[in-house]
Design a protein around this ligand. Structure first.
Ligand SMILES: [Zn+2]
Length: 294
């Protein structure tokens, strides 16, 4: 069983869900993020949050995949002062919803004062809600951005075991692990991290607090990067137990700290009934529904 702990399925198709299910993915976390184009109304955030809790969770379930999400004001849109405070008000309600397992993705993008203000405010929100946080680290000047991120985390007083720092690479992994945080790695098709570099990191740093995700979204990305990386790790001689830890047990353990799901129940296969509807809608277009025998 595989877990993709960072994927934006809102931007993906049912073909992706089918391929992910066929490749062994049984659980995902969809962090709230930006949509490629800035939103202009607070209400657009609310409808997006509702879709993560409703329609997207339903779509995933139709392919046997458990869907959890994180709620947050992403760093890019934290720069829009006109909207940010309204979104923060919404978040107070939405972090309490069923299936929300962290506050995220939060952190820095361009490392602006606004980003910092809402990053710190959302760490406080997570502390109040008793939730872990999922942190996005900047893609430009990653090393400095990550160092600064870790300094803010430390100063906030949130327990490091409640912190997942994402998009790590060779430059940042040691700082993240040394800070006591969990380390996410996004595996991309052409740039940034790839499968072989991930194999090398696991050989060097082991499986403890290590996670792998696809970070697939509306851009060039691959929703099968978790299964592909798991395969590459096995082919490189990394033990099955370590691969299982990185690609299933670690994300389950990290997000179970939210107290919002039972990790034992999580390991049981979902049975699929594609005759089910969500508010009257189905993912089907007239084809024969998949129904798993009970
Ligand atoms: Zn993301």
């Amino acid at each position: 069983m595989l877990f993709d702990p960072h994927i934006h399925m809102t931007s993906r198709t049912t073909d992706d869900y089918q391929a992910m299910s066929d490749a062994g993915i049984r659980a995902i976390v969809e962090p709230a993020f930006w949509l490629g184009q800035p939103r202009t109304h607070v209400g657009s955030f609310e409808d997006y949050f509702l879709s993560l809790l409703g329609w997207e969770r339903f779509r995933a379930s139709q392919f046997g995949i458990r869907h959890l999400c994180t709620m947050g004001l992403n760093p890019k849109e934290a720069n829009n002062a006109r909207l940010a405070d309204g979104v923060m008000e919404l978040l107070k309600l939405y972090v309490e919803k069923d299936g929300v397992v962290a506050v995220g993705e939060i952190g820095y993008d361009d490392v602006t004062p606004h980003e910092e203000k809402y990053f710190m405010a959302q760490i406080e929100l997570a502390k109040d809600a008793g939730l872990p946080i999922l942190i996005h680290t900047p893609h430009r000047d990653k090393k400095r951005g990550t160092e600064r991120t870790l300094a803010v985390v430390k100063e906030s007083g949130i327990a490091p075991e409640l912190v997942l720092v994402d998009h790590n690479n060779e430059e940042t992994i040691e700082s993240t692990l040394n800070a006591g945080c969990w380390a996410g790695h996004s595996i991309y098709p052409h740039t940034k991290m790839d499968e072989q570099r991930m194999v090398a990191l696991v050989k060097k740093y082991g499986a403890e607090r290590m996670l792998v995700n696809s970070a697939a979204d509306w851009g060039v990305s691959d929703p099968l990067k978790v299964p592909k990386t798991a395969k590459a790790m096995l082919e490189a001689g990394i033990e099955q137990a370590a691969v299982d830890k990185i690609c299933w047990n670690n994300p389950v353990a990290f997000f179970a700290q939210s107290g919002r799901f039972d990790p034992k129940e999580f390991g049981v296969e979902l049975s699929v009934d594609q005759r089910e509807l969500f508010q009257g809608n189905s993912v089907l277009r007239g084809q024969t529904p998949r129904t798993d025998a009970k």
